[in-house]
Design a protein around this ligand. Structure first.
Ligand SMILES: [Zn+2]
Length: 516
């Protein structure tokens, strides 16, 4: 745990630090709050510098300023060695909600965040092996893409401007049938990881065939992912029978047990392609293996009507009957929801992944994001696959989510900037069962971080950091990214990927797929 009071010491280089008799007058903790004082203040009471809470200005007439000026005693403790100190103009921790920490640093050792504290205090508390200074940047938790089919990055732009079923049945599935296999999956994921890192994304909830090859690729590239174990009611190149789907799911799960970056979830495709019997098996196995169930659900009105005609139930009701509406369920899309279903999601702890751009592009409908948020449902954001988006840009996605939520709710105050950023980080992490590890910048969590340069003319002048991130910044402003404490992007350069090779393989697949 970080020390709340920075302690002076003599550094290894012999330069003098203030002795214990000296007193560092705590610089003003200026806390500009527009609502009640939250209960997390004591956690920061030893820190210097300035914090602001954004996004609550509408509710009160006058800001509350708290100034704390009592001195902090210094001690003779040696600076603590750490691997990395990232000093940023702003740190947006996401938790506490809607807080922006000015001139703060994030201390990292190994794969973990050790402390979040003011830069001045960090410089006396820690002896970092490496210091990265980001004087014009906001440091945010790495974005978490809660629903994607990343091998399909190789099908980007193959068939556009078509209805969902025509798109899927006449274009995507035939193309996949021709090329699908471990090599296609590996090269698609590799291209996707390069794109995601350059967009500030550090974790993906994957849903595609050949999860063995997918997981191995993520592991090799040092990228965090939850890999879906596919179940679908017809034979594919991955498995020929229901038994084989489950057998292979078990093998893949076992092969990633205990992995630092890759874990698994069941990924039944959708209610209209999975039988009651398979869902029943998934329910039991997901409980036994303690993994989530990642499922497309209520993507379109047509899906709901079709199920009603078949079973007399809405797909959600059918899942309730099968015991799958619980806190393991990651329900993707959810454009068709009754108030009762929203309440049931909240009560059962279901997470909903909002994929607004895919829903818009396929004219699938609108997820009632603000209603879900207000009901207390965990809301996550995903891009969906590149064949229906057509990018993996989580900045674009969270902006679309925020804008669309306002239109759907007919309320400009709906789904504010801080809430959109939260959904794209901690919300997604929680949906995937990873919120104890990632999704916010807090001591003890994994150092999955992204720096966004806000000095560009596109994000000037700057009044509110969260607004700028949600409504003005683009992924091209992501400068640096770390996954589990390892630098993956430095000044927009991918530090450990063969970019020329990634592009060459993408071009080769394009030639093969286009000639069909
Ligand atoms: Zn999808």
């Amino acid at each position: 745990m970080p020390k709340r009071t920075p302690k002076a010491a003599r550094r290894a280089d012999g330069r003098s630090h203030p002795s214990s008799s000296e007193i560092l007058t705590r610089s003003v903790l200026e806390f500009v709050c527009f609502a009640r004082v939250p209960n997390w203040i004591p956690a920061y009471a030893g820190m210097t510098s300035k914090m602001t809470i954004e996004g609550r200005r509408r509710k009160v007439s006058r800001p509350l300023h708290i100034r704390i000026t009592e001195p902090i005693a210094m001690s003779d403790t040696q600076p603590q060695p750490i691997d990395l100190l990232i000093e940023a103009r702003w740190v947006v921790p996401v938790e506490p909600h809607a807080v922006v920490l000015e001139d703060h640093a994030v201390a990292v050792t190994g794969d973990r965040i050790v402390a979040v504290l003011p830069i001045a205090a960090a410089r006396t508390t820690y002896a970092p092996r490496e210091t990265v200074r980001l004087p014009e940047h906001a440091l945010i938790p790495g974005l978490v893409n809660a629903h994607t089919h990343n091998p399909m990055t190789l099908l980007r732009g193959l068939a556009d401007d078509l209805p969902l079923m025509v798109w899927l049945q006449q274009h995507i599935w035939p193309a996949e049938a021709k090329v699908i296999g471990p090599e296609f999956v590996r090269d698609g994921v590799e291209l996707a990881v390069a794109e995601m890192l350059r967009g500030g994304t550090t974790c993906a909830n994957e849903n595609y065939f050949f999860p063995d090859a997918i997981g191995a690729t993520y592991r090799k590239l040092g990228f965090r992912a939850v890999v879906g174990l596919p179940v679908i009611e017809f034979p594919t190149a991955w498995a020929k029978s229901q038994d084989e789907y489950f057998e292979r799911a078990g093998e893949v799960h076992d092969s990633f047990r205990g992995d630092a970056l890759v874990s698994t979830a069941f990924a039944p495709h959708a209610p209209y392609t999975v039988s009651d019997e398979s869902f029943a098996r998934i329910r039991v196995l997901a409980d036994q293996l303690d993994i989530p169930v990642h499922l497309h659900l209520h993507e379109t009105a047509h899906e709901v009507e079709e199920e009603k005609a078949k079973s007399g139930l809405r797909p959600f009701q059918r899942l309730q009957k099968l015991g799958l509406v619980n806190d393991r369920l990651i329900a993707v899309h959810m454009t068709q929801l009754t108030d009762g279903e929203i309440a049931a999601c909240a009560e059962a702890g279901v997470s909903v992944v909002h994929c607004p751009e895919s829903n818009l592009k396929l004219a699938s409908g609108f997820c009632p994001a603000e209603k879900l948020r207000k009901a207390g449902v965990t809301l996550a954001i995903g891009t969906d696959g590149c064949a229906s988006n057509n990018d993996l840009d989580m900045f674009g996605e969270l902006r679309t989510a925020a804008l669309l939520a306002k239109a759907v709710a007919n309320d400009a105050a709906a789904f504010d900037a801080a809430s959109a950023l939260r959904a794209a980080t901690l919300g997604s992490a929680k949906a995937m069962g990873l919120d104890a590890k990632i999704g916010s910048i807090e001591a003890g969590k994994q150092a999955d971080l992204a720096a966004v340069r806000l000095s560009d003319l596109e994000t000037q002048p700057l009044y509110h950091v969260a607004s700028q991130l949600a409504y003005a910044a683009g992924r091209h402003q992501v400068s640096d990214v770390w996954v589990a404490g390892r630098r993956k992007l430095a000044a927009r350069e991918l530090v450990d990927m063969d970019v020329a090779g990634v592009l060459a393989r993408a071009h080769a697949w394009r030639e093969r797929i286009a000639e069909r």
